[in-house]
Design a protein around this ligand. Structure first.
Ligand code: AHN
Ligand code: ZN
Length: 335
């Protein structure tokens, strides 16, 4: 039979549709792979030994009090580590004024990942240490700066380990890690001074008003503060509950799901003025605080708090793991 033009056309149409079909089949295969990888990435395993090492290294510089050589050296180390872990780093320098009118040369250290992603989560911790030990049992030692192994270095150590994991396998979203300065220079409790507001969290107050990117916004933020003590309990911090109770419960649920219910108590804690308050108030997205709370203590924190007992002996790898693995799980579940 002789093929007419019509037949040829019909024949190619069949062939084309077959090709189209096979293409389509292949495509739907690759689409499902894509969907799968978007749905749930494997969560990296948080290494508590590594976080512990980053804490130990910070403490070895000596107290990281603004306007000291130890502080300057540690700032270099932290920015260098974030760079080594593949982040785009910005060191934001700011002159902030302390309760006693001392001008502090503050540095907020920022590491950005996946800058092309619009959806971002911000993770933060303060990196400075307190110039006083107001709550030390020895009055002679109250005017000297503390090691701040837990109060300062622990949150940063956990976030550096998270940065190291992000470099190995990227989450689906953008991540901004911010180490805030001058959080712990608040008006001391051991000398009688008239009540003064907003003397804490000076670095985050500055950043809130002058973010590293104009109009910076994240979907949400998580602040880590005092996340390394043995037997640390993290309660629902009340400002965080006020800003986004669903987010707080979601993070605590994940901690319980992973088996860290011992540390993450599903009960109300205190109202704690910390960096997350200024982040939320100035930037207008919710930032929650994972912070050790001790309901029976007079000041609400551990016995070591703002004393010379806040040393490396106060750091426990099990607590670091509970917090670090929970935060990793939260960010790798995002898409
Ligand atoms: C006050 O004591 C006002 N806020 C606790 C924030 C803090 C101090 N975190 C660590 N040190
Ligand atoms: Zn403190």
């Amino acid at each position: 039979m002789q093929m007419t033009l019509k037949h040829i056309t019909a024949g190619s149409a069949i062939l084309a549709s077959l090709l189209f079909f096979s293409c389509d089949f292949k495509q739907s295969g690759s689409t499902s792979t894509q969907t799968q990888s978007k749905q749930q990435l494997p969560t990296p395993v948080f290494n508590a030994d590594s976080a512990y090492h980053y804490i130990d290294t910070q403490v070895a510089f000596g107290p990281r009090v603004p306007n000291t050589a130890e502080h300057a050296a540690c700032a270099k180390y932290l920015a260098g580590e974030l760079k080594r872990f593949g982040a785009d780093v910005i060191v934001q320098e700011a002159d902030v004024v302390a309760y006693d009118n001392t001008v502090l040369k503050a540095k907020n250290i920022i590491g950005q990942y996946n800058l092309d992603k619009k959806k971002r989560v911000m993770l933060c911790a303060h990196w400075d240490t307190r110039p006083f030990a107001d709550y030390d049992k020895d009055p002679e030692k109250r005017n000297t700066p503390i090691d701040g192994a837990n109060d300062g270095a622990s949150g940063v150590g956990v976030l550096l380990e998270i940065a190291r994991q992000i470099q190995k396998s990227q989450p689906n979203i953008g991540i901004d890690i911010i180490f805030f300065d001058a959080e712990d220079y608040g008006q001391p409790a051991h000398i009688n001074l008239p009540e003064k507001q907003h003397t804490w969290a000076l670095g985050s107050q500055y950043w809130g008003k002058n973010p590293h990117t104009p109009n910076y916004r994240a979907q949400y933020g998580i602040l880590l503060d005092m996340v390394g003590a043995p037997d640390a309990y993290f309660y629902y911090e009340q400002h965080s509950m006020n800003y986004d109770p669903g987010l707080v419960r979601y993070v605590w649920d994940i901690a319980h799901e992973l088996g860290y219910g011992y540390h993450f108590k599903k009960d109300n804690g205190g109202w704690i003025t910390d960096d997350h308050v200024y982040v939320t108030e100035y930037r207008n997205f919710p930032c929650i605080d994972i912070i050790q709370y001790s309901p029976d203590a007079q000041h609400g924190f551990g016995d070591y708090w703002h004393t010379h007992d806040d040393t490396m002996d106060n750091i426990n790898k099990g607590t670091l793991k509970a917090v670090g693995q929970t935060v990793l799980e939260v960010i790798y579940r995002e898409d």
